[in-house]
Design a protein around this ligand. Structure first.
Ligand code: PA5
Length: 432
């Protein structure tokens, strides 16, 4: 068991599948990959701004996010975050993972995450009788899904607040200089934040892309950054066994070479669903290249044990599993005792907390899956807090950098994402 920055990594569930010597033999390659990142000599080195980002976020940057949040609180009952992929998944992941924020955060809604008319219509219906703001996030400023949703929302802002009022209710998070959104923001005088050039979308949660909407929602962004910073320190060296990001990356890579080509991240907490979605983008977009890469999938247990449990236990044996668990969520929620005759036969659970039962479900599931031929890593935290979430975010970012390099790939580009766009634009008749 390795513990760092409040995150525990338990490899007992991989040991039957992966001899220690085989894992240790990867140490020189992991160290080489870590050196490539640290010295900026690896593939994709123009996108390494995330690597030391937690330690570079200064008081001014945090204060700017908090000032934007204060402005939002002053005039809005809802904030619509417009963005897709790396431009919204991080904020959504953190927001949903954490317990509701007491106090005066502004509720977030998400739009531009696809082209579904019904989804956008639901957002419009929700803001119909609420004062709202828009936080539009697009590094390139040209991504069609958020751009068309933003047109609709801007029109609604203008209709309700006039041109000047609308402009005062828009925050744009985009590239420093290039792109249509930057130009619009300058012309219209919107509040703006910069997405650094050297940080790709899926690594941008700790830039204003994530921090501005999270601050608006009332999330403790300082805690989030502090947790990421603690994990940055824990993952700074070149070692294998003492470095959670390196160890996690090496284990999953070695299992992949043994035919475990799909990694299922399984949590036992519905609130972690979007953290798993963020993880899927991070790993899928970084590693799925040149006919290679571990396919990232996710389940939320015990719910999905009643749908995908059969496959996981007994289906094609190409699965490795990574559990993501929290020990304590709502300790006070316990199974009540039944003063009657215990007709439902649950007396043995009376007085026990849901957290305890859920944890036992995790241990039981892990044991069953190992017996079924699934190697299992387990990541756990005592509680899901801004700090532990920040630590997990950074650990995964570092791990995917190492993992992509172990595969011999550039982990920081995404050339394959263009293919559907080109075909769609052709069919939509976009002018050349
Ligand atoms: O990780 C990525 O680079 C992508 O998911 C992008 O974040 C996504 O395509 C949105 O791009 P943009 O922020 O330029 O609108």
């Amino acid at each position: 068991m390795l513990e760092a920055a409040g995150v525990r990594l338990d490899l007992t569930g991989t040991e039957p599948f992966l001899p220690a010597a085989q894992l240790d033999a990867l140490a020189p390659r992991v160290a080489e990959a870590a050196r490539g990142l640290a010295t900026g000599t690896c593939a994709g080195n123009e996108f390494l701004g995330w690597l030391d980002l937690p330690s570079r976020i200064d008081e001014a940057a945090l204060a700017a996010c908090e000032a934007a949040a204060a402005r939002a609180r002053a005039d809005a009952e809802a904030c619509v975050v417009v963005g897709i992929g790396g431009s919204y998944l991080g904020a959504r992941a953190v927001l949903d993972a954490l317990p509701p924020v007491p106090g005066d955060g502004v509720p977030l809604l998400f739009a531009g995450t696809g082209l579904c008319a019904a989804g956008l219509d639901r957002v419009l219906a929700t803001i119909a009788d609420r004062d709202f703001r828009v936080c539009v996030i697009s590094k390139s400023g040209t991504t069609v899904e958020p751009a068309v949703a933003f047109r609709v929302l801007r029109q609604e802002l203008r209709r309700r607040y006039g041109d000047k009022g609308a402009a005062a209710r828009i925050t744009a998070v985009t590239d420093a200089q290039r792109g249509a959104l930057r130009q619009l923001a300058t012309t219209e005088g919107w509040e703006t934040f910069v997405v650094p050039d050297d940080i790709g979308g899926r690594f941008s949660v700790l830039t204003p892309v994530g921090l501005v909407p999270l601050a608006i929602a009332g999330v403790d962004v300082r805690g989030l950054v502090a947790g990421a910073r603690a994990m940055q320190e824990a993952c700074a060296g070149e070692g294998l066994r003492d470095n959670p990001a390196h160890l996690y990356a090496a284990v999953r890579y070695q299992l992949y070479t043994q035919g475990f080509t799909t990694e299922v991240m399984s949590s036992f907490h519905s609130g972690l669903h979007n953290l798993q979605e963020w993880w899927k983008q991070l790993f899928g977009e970084s590693e799925g290249k040149q006919g290679q890469g571990i396919f990232p999938a996710s389940t939320v247990f015990t719910t999905d044990l009643h749908s995908l449990g059969q496959y996981l236990q007994d289906g094609r044996r190409c699965l490795q599993e990574t559990f993501l668990c929290a020990r304590h969520t709502v300790p006070g929620l316990v199974v009540p005792s039944d003063p009657g005759a215990d007709a439902d036969g649950l007396g043995y659970l009376a007085g026990r907390s849901f957290d305890e039962i859920n944890w036992i479900a995790f241990e039981a599931t892990r044991q069953a899956h190992i017996q079924g031929g699934v190697p299992c890593q387990a990541l756990s935290v005592d509680a899901v807090t801004p700090r532990t979430v920040g630590a997990l975010l950074y650990m995964f970012e570092k791990a995917v950098g190492i993992g992509g390099l172990l595969l011999g790939l550039n982990p920081f580009d995404q050339p394959g994402v263009e293919a559907y766009k080109l075909e769609m634009f052709k069919r939509l008749g976009r002018p050349a």
